[in-house]
Design a protein around this ligand. Sequence first.
Ligand code: DGY
Length: 329
Amino acid sequence: MARPSVWLMRDYHDPKIEAYLSEHCEVVVRQSNITPPHEDIVKMASECDGFLPEGIDIIDAEVLDSASRLKVIGNRAVGTDNVDIPAATRNGVILTNTPGILQDACADMTFALLLSFARQVTRSDRAIRAGKWTVFDQTPYLGLDAYNKTLGIFGFGGIGQKVARRAAGFDMRVIYYSRSRKPEAEAELGAEWAGDMETLLRESDYLCLHCPLTDETRGLMGEEEFAMMKPASVLVNMARGPVVQQEALYEALAANVIAGAAIDVTDPEPIPLDDPLLTLENLVITPHIGSASAATFTAMGMMAARSIVAALTGEPVENMVNPEALANR
Ligand code: DGY
């Protein structure tokens, strides 16, 4: 019987991922580090049984409805907003993601961003390289404290809870708002339920977004929401770019409606170099690297590879996002 075929959609993965896949499947490695053109994704869905994409590769209904071969997508991401899940399900294509293993890396990065803005790390680094460190003068870089401040978390899943755990070390008060209340996590982490979004916005000194991108969260942060935040507060976006209305963010930062923002995600990605956000000094920005410690990067790839192999060899599949797809295979 012919071995199943898997499309590894980038050439930058740890060699052990290709080696593992090769034990069970034919592996087609795409020799590129950028997202594949849509027409290539359509074509490969009729030539391969499995895809190992990044969380920004769009696998839409056109791909899924025309796919004559694709059976499993092992997304190397916890987010799944790049895949049309109803289309995958009706076509019997299993979608898996990588929960559980990236929470600590993302929570570390949340604090890296928060502190970078609060204590002017990236701005002062830029200033030194531009030749501006000529005297001892701290006054251009007077920052904000993190300790004893209120950290607001929107989205209290695995990542949000890991952020709350770290906040305790900074003696921060933690409040959160989420789809559902989590009393056990509240008790364990000393976090308070904000009760509603408005309270979260009004009381947070740092507001961290850790929600998935869904119809409910798209455009969540707009002009009205920024206006409710404290003037000295800071937005940290570790979720997805479209959760924040980017023009409204620019306006809020430019007019000092809030003190600053630290964002790991934008809409679109990569952000165009002429985006006005990049002209602002009160913005810290990183290129969607929230989970990207070397160890976590590889662990996510291996988890995706294991799920693909399990799906193609009839083994139980962990981290299935749409188990209902099994009925349509
Ligand atoms: C994730 O895992 O969802 C990260 O944002 C990478 O896409």
